[in-house]
Design a protein around this ligand. Structure first.
Ligand code: SAM
Length: 330
């Protein structure tokens, strides 16, 4: 287990399997000329598996597969099968927009995925189409229902944006009260070149909670970093689900950050807010280098993991880093 210079150790990797997505959320992808990573630069599933196994020797216990949209990548379920077979101890989770889950949920369960995060910023169909550019709201709602039907644990992540969906905080709170799901509001973060982020859009977690409290009584729940991640969670009086806030800006959680991110072309990022990357693909593809070399770089990266809130202090304009969220993976 490697402890970084701030006393944190890494036990969690977020691996983006593709930078492509079938939605075009205005706040995530940007108006900048659309460019995707060339296919030959995307890691093969075998290369990803090798990385994950190396990470396991560093005591990484949890893997989140993300994107882009992970389900747009061909044979994604087969990759989950490889992970189940080769890394049975690993806690594998998936973050998805839910639009391509139709018919796949029993298979996911069979492949050992117990928990799924579904991103959904609105409960309103027309607004969904406006935010994402696609009329897929019904698909997502059906996917949530199906996940619950098959006994998967569902977390819904909604980016809270003033003037975009803040009038739905009450509706989301009722949703979490009526269904056994965690609804977590994420503060809108200044990520990506040409980002649409503006301070006027941001809604601090304290305001989100105030609005939710107009709908229901909330009681704070003790936080378990392993299962709750950076979310502060609340039980809802008389409800089945829970409400959470992820306050990346207004109340940072850098001291508990236990994660590394790997992009689909094999770049290791130690902080969401930093553009510093460690290139793993050349090591994976070199016939002369073995897993020791991978581990050396991953260890060096972990040791110099920064404190993101300090990077945010230098925010100029509307983005703290140049890469868009859809290619980092959230
Ligand atoms: N396609 C998958 C999905 O929709 O969950 C995975 C990738 S997506 C980039 C991961 C998460 O990042 C989504 O919940 C999305 O809403 C969130 N996200 C994107 N841009 C963001 C931003 N600027 N601030 C906060 N969250 C953001």
């Amino acid at each position: 287990m490697i402890t970084d210079s701030h006393g944190r150790y890494v036990s969690y990797i977020r691996l983006s399997v593709t930078d492509r997505c079938n939605l075009k959320c205005f706040y995530c992808r940007t108006d900048c000329a659309e460019s995707f990573i060339d296919h030959e630069h995307i890691l093969s599933y075998e290369e990803m598996l090798r990385l994950v196994k190396a990470a396991q020797t560093m005591q990484v216990r949890k893997l989140r597969l993300t994107g882009g949209e992970p389900f747009v990548r061909k044979d994604f379920l087969a990759f989950l099968g490889m992970l189940k077979e080769e890394c049975p101890e690993l806690d594998v989770r998936v973050t998805t927009n839910g639009t391509l889950l139709g018919g796949k949920i029993p298979a996911l369960k069979h492949l050992g995925v117990q928990r799924i995060n579904i991103s959904l910023d609105t409960l309103n169909r027309d607004r969904f189409t406006k935010i994402t550019g696609r009329d897929f709201h019904d698909r997502v709602m059906r996917a949530i229902e199906d996940c619950l039907h098959y006994g998967l644990t569902v977390k819904i992540n909604a980016v809270a944006m003033k003037g975009v969906n803040d009038d739905e905080i009450g509706a989301f709170t009722r949703f979490a009260r009526d269904y056994p799901v965690d609804v977590r509001f994420i503060e809108f973060m200044p990520i990506g070149g040409c980002s649409h982020w503006k301070r006027e859009y941001t809604l601090p977690a304290s305001d989100i909670l105030d609005r939710a409290r107009e709908e229901a009584d909330l009681t704070p729940i003790e936080r378990h970093a392993d299962t709750d991640g950076p979310a502060r969670l609340y039980s809802i009086d008389g409800g089945t689900g829970r409400l959470g806030v992820i306050s990346a800006l207004s109340d940072h959680f850098c001291d508990t950050c236990n994660r590394l991110r790997i992009t689909s072309d094999g770049r290791l990022r130690t902080c969401l807010f930093s553009d510093k990357e460690y290139r793993l693909r050349p090591i994976l593809r070199s016939p002369k280098l073995d897993d020791e070399a991978l581990l050396r770089v991953m260890t060096r990266a972990t040791l110099s993991k920064p404190l993101g809130y300090k990077l945010l202090e230098h925010l100029q304009g509307n983005s703290v880093c140049s890469k868009v969220m859809s290619s980092i993976g959230g």
